[in-house]
Ligand binder design. Structure first.
Ligand code: 5AD
Ligand code: SF4
Length: 525
């Protein structure tokens, strides 16, 4: 823990469980009889260190401590016996993976997981702040949970993840949603056991949001969602500060895990029979920049390519940090897959400049060219924002032509959404919503066309599919993904689940492929 965190942690109210009524009545009393201003003053001041954008932006070049000695406080080790938890996850894979850590912590405290809100004793909302509609969904869910909390006052409801790092969100919860029991930030996940204890025994809403990045805690327990594909965090945070993006504030500065810790985790997953891993980070190619020795994603991937695990992916890349070493290592193939997700955001150099992406359209195209020369069959996918402040029709057309010129096989497309505290939120959001929607529709039509064309090429080909299980849409067929991340549906016995098998593609659709088994289902790697 660094000095700042120690100071903040010491401001957290220490609750003596014997001091406080924890029965249903006292909880109900808290929920029902509240005047918000009075309540903020009375209950929260002591525990509340608000998230602070200005502070978050001041990156201290102080070392990040790595801890290997995490343990669940003794008195919390059995507190979840005969109780259940439910975590709702919004947003990116980073959040999905944080949920696996929180599930690990709760399981080690004796809780069991459930999908039924009515059965749960603890409900956590692991939130996303990237766009306004992501936040609206969470506030909708908070509203749905209120009757349940009134019915079951001992239910603990917590809000965590990126939204809890935002001052405006925390204030809104404080003022309008008093029944929330705890709010904790993205740097406070390891504190879940202590915060939960506090929430159980306290009348007050428990809040702990460190506005600065935390240390790296290596030995947190995890309950992974599946046994076939696993996520491995390689770094946390982002230092890019694209002008529209909230992530550098909600996730803190870039912190890389030590290579040996990552390699050990990948080895463990391989030994446990996992077939695919995805190396995760907000900006994975900045991996190693903050380490005290020369080490980058290229070297890390080279080490990981020697591990006996069939498939290795990584996400998300920033074009600016995609260096030659990485391209060289990826080009060696093996278990390193040549599907590259490379968010471009816009095809206009001027828009890219105001987004502070630090590359031009031309530089992006040079990078794509290098990647294609080294990996002629690589699949490229991207993220695009339409309707950025002042984006002209011509600038949007530049995005359309770039989409075609690169030949992206798929893209996540978004309407620009101003995020409070980011530089672009101060600029007028001056593209009318109808124009934004029209641009999005045109772009999506092009994305669909390019995806369908890319899919068509697979008809008649035999591809390797990692079989994940029954198709979500049709339980009579199995589904899985190819090396280039195309979804394939086919009929086969359940015994092939978890294996990589050959499937012949019969019919291409816009977003998926229909196939049939090639002779016997023999596992191939
Ligand atoms: N508005 C719209 N889209 C955004 N993204 C990030 N911030 C915003 C925003 N304020 C998109 C980017 C990023 C993806 C994860 O979300 O395209 O790559
Ligand atoms: Fe956000 Fe990605 Fe830019 Fe970082 S690199 S600020 S996560 S868009």
């Amino acid at each position: 823990m660094n000095e700042q965190q120690r100071k903040q942690a010491s401001q957290i109210k220490q609750v003596d469980p014997t001091d406080i009524k924890s029965d249903q009545d006292s909880n109900l009393e808290r929920i029902q009889s509240i005047d918000s201003d009075e309540l903020i003053g009375k209950y929260f001041q002591a525990t509340y260190e608000p998230p602070n954008m200005k502070k978050a932006k001041k990156r201290l070049k102080k070392d990040v401590d790595v801890h290997y000695d995490f343990s669940i406080p003794k008195e919390m080790q059995n507190i979840g016996k005969d109780k259940k938890f439910l975590i709702r996850t919004y947003g990116c894979q980073m959040n999905e993976h944080d949920t696996e850590v929180m599930a690990g912590l709760l399981t080690d405290m004796g809780y069991q997981s459930t999908d039924d809100t009515n059965e749960a004793d603890v409900i956590l909302l692991n939130t996303c702040a990237i766009r306004e509609n992501a936040e609206n969904k969470v506030f909708g869910e908070i509203g749905h949970l209120k009757p349940l909390k009134l019915e079951k006052p001992d239910l603990i409801i917590g809000v965590c993840g990126c939204m809890s790092q935002e001052e405006s969100v925390v204030n809104r919860i404080l003022q309008k949603h008093h029944f929330i029991d705890m709010i904790f930030g993205t740097h406070n996940i390891h504190r879940l056991p202590s915060l939960l204890k506090e929430a159980m025994f306290s009348k007050a809403m428990v809040m702990e949001v460190w506005s600065k990045e935390g240390d790296i805690i290596e030995n947190l327990p995890k309950v992974r969602k599946g046994k076939i594909k696993g996520w491995v965090n390689i770094m946390y945070g982002c230092d890019k500060f694209c002008t529209y993006c909230i992530v550098p504030y909600t996730r803190g500065k870039e912190r890389s895990r030590m290579p040996e810790d990552i390699i050990q985790e990948v080895r463990q997953l391989a030994a446990a029979g996992y077939k695919e891993i995805t190396l995760l980070g907000q900006n994975v190619n900045a991996y190693g920049k903050d380490l005290e020795f020369e080490y980058g994603l290229g070297q890390l991937m080279e080490e990981i390519s020697k591990i006996d695990i069939p498939r290795v992916r990584f996400t998300t890349s920033h074009p600016r940090d995609f260096d030659d070493r990485l391209i060289e290592v990826l080009a060696q193939g093996g278990n390193l897959l040549d599907h590259i997700h490379l968010p471009v955001q816009s095809g206009s150099s001027e828009v890219l400049r105001v987004m502070a992406r630090r590359y031009t359209r031309e530089e992006y195209l040079v990078l794509v060219d290098k990647i294609r020369k080294a990996m002629p069959n690589a699949t490229l996918t991207t993220d695009i924002i339409v309707g950025f402040p002042n984006e002209t029709d011509e600038q949007f057309e530049d995005t359309m032509t770039l989409m075609e010129e690169v030949g992206f096989e798929s893209a996540y497309t978004y309407i620009y959404s101003p995020r409070e505290g980011t530089p672009s939120a101060k600029w007028e959001d001056n593209i009318p919503m109808e124009v934004k929607k029209e641009r999005l529709q045109r772009l999506n039509a092009l994305v669909n066309k390019q995806s369908a064309e890319a899919m068509k090429k697979y008809e008649g080909q035999t591809v390797k599919v990692l079989v994940e299980g029954e198709s979500k849409k049709n339980p009579d067929v199995l589904s899985g993904y190819t090396e280039r991340n195309k979804l394939v549906n086919f009929k086969a016995p359940n015994s092939v689940i978890g294996k990589i098998i050959e499937v012949k593609i019969i019919k291409a659709k816009t977003w998926s492929l229909d196939g049939e088994l090639v002779e016997k289902a023999v596992e191939v790697n």
